[in-house]
Design a protein around this ligand. Structure first.
Ligand SMILES: Cc1ncc(COP(=O)(O)O)c(C=O)c1O
Length: 368
């Protein structure tokens, strides 16, 4: 049996007619940039998150950069984020000219350790970017209030966490600004790039709307130095077809996670753990084990290709060489990078696929 690691085409097949109609609707209307589909999607996503404003932008990466700009963070400021994630949040700090500071992770939830974040705060710290990695909330229960008392802003990276929550409240509603990605393999994925900022603050929403179109409020009058970072109508129309299915898809991801956990319990692997009070959206189901590369090769030989998120922590990436980080500086992120193994996870995955993956892993340990 072949089990694709990701399969966006399966989702397209299930919604084909509705997607085609949505795209044709935009083509016929002829309004391609910042039209009614984007405005409607902004309202719908904001309502899902439970905040007043959504601002569509052209990627999750830009959502983060524009969020920092909207908060007027720049040269001389420090921003703390995680070394164990996709590079976008770190890049956004560099893009605005601020100093990038990493705080090590909790090796069980893969998200930043709040005590580490506090330890890295200085008088120059202006923002924290918690990444709700793999679909569960970073532990911000004590941290976010502590930070706020010190005037430190929170920009939530929810690229992997749409539909996830903490104690009944959606992720993206805890910080000053929540940033989402609609990259095709995300839990709510476009058929191209897309992203969104959400915020409850009208002033920030206004700045974000200006920043995404070259800093204008009135055409050809540029009050801010901005960007071209707009979500386009076709992607918004596609996302609006998919959004009503998100809750059902998230439930299915939860069922798959439970099936993996039931099947793999008792093996010498660490299974993912959900912090009590977190409503996980299971963007990624990742196990940890010793000798990860051998298990990954065994799976690949038996029809289960996998991809390692993330094989090298950000502080050890070549592009950050000049920052002076050394191996051993952030030991938890480094340890997890060498042991993590994400398994196939998407709502269209069938029980038989999950059972095959479990069977192959069990077979590996029988032979080991
Ligand atoms: C945690 C995280 N942040 C930010 C991004 C950036 O989003 P995009 O690819 O839409 O720019 C991604 C993924 O792509 C991500 O996984």
């Amino acid at each position: 049996m072949q089990v694709p690691f990701l399969n966006p085409a399966a989702q397209t097949a299930a919604l084909r007619e509705a997607l085609i109609q949505a795209v044709v609707g935009v083509l016929d209307r002829g309004h391609f940039i910042l039209g009614p589909e984007v405005a409607a999607l902004e309202r719908e996503v904001a309502a899902l998150i439970g905040v007043a404003h959504g601002v569509g932008v052209n990627s999750g990466s830009d959502a983060l950069t524009l969020a920092l700009r909207a908060l007027e963070i720049g040269p001389g400021d420090e921003v703390i984020t995680t070394p164990f994630t996709y590079i976008a949040p770190a890049e956004s700090v560099i893009q605005v000219g601020a100093r990038l500071v990493f705080a090590d992770i909790d090796p069980v939830t893969f998200t930043m350790d709040p005590e580490e974040v506090k330890r890295r705060c200085t008088s120059r710290t202006r923002a924290i970017i918690p990444v709700h990695l793999f679909g569960q909330a970073m532990d911000g229960d004590g941290l976010f209030g502590w930070a706020r008392e010190r005037g430190i802003r929170i920009v939530e990276d929810c690229a992997q966490a749409i539909g996830a929550g903490r104690s009944g409240r959606a992720l993206g509603s805890f910080g000053d600004i929540g940033c989402f990605s609609f990259y095709p393999t995300k839990n709510l994925g476009a058929d191209g790039d897309g992203g969104m900022c959400v915020t409850g603050d009208e002033g920030l929403a206004k700045r974000l709307r200006m920043l995404r179109v070259h800093g204008i409020e009135r055409r050809y009058f540029h009050d801010l130095h901005g960007y071209n970072s707009r979500l386009d109508e076709i992607q918004a129309a596609i996302l609006r077809v998919k959004l009503p299915h998100l809750e059902k898809w998230t439930r299915r991801r939860g069922e798959i996670a439970k099936r993996y956990t039931d099947g793999l319990t008792g093996l010498p692997v660490e299974l993912p753990w959900t912090r009590p009070g977190n409503e996980h959206c299971w963007h990624v189901y990742a196990i940890q084990c010793d000798g990860r590369d051998a298990l990954q090769a065994h799976l690949a030989d038996r029809g289960v290709p996998t991809l390692i998120y993330y094989p090298r922590p950000l502080h050890l990436q070549k592009c950050y060489e000049g920052m002076g980080w050394q191996p051993g500086d952030l030991p938890m992120a480094e340890r997890v990078s060498g042991r993590i193994l994400p398994l196939p996870m998407y709502p269209e995955l069938e029980d038989a696929h999950v059972d095959h993956v479990v069977g192959v892993i069990r077979e590996y340990y029988r032979g080991a």
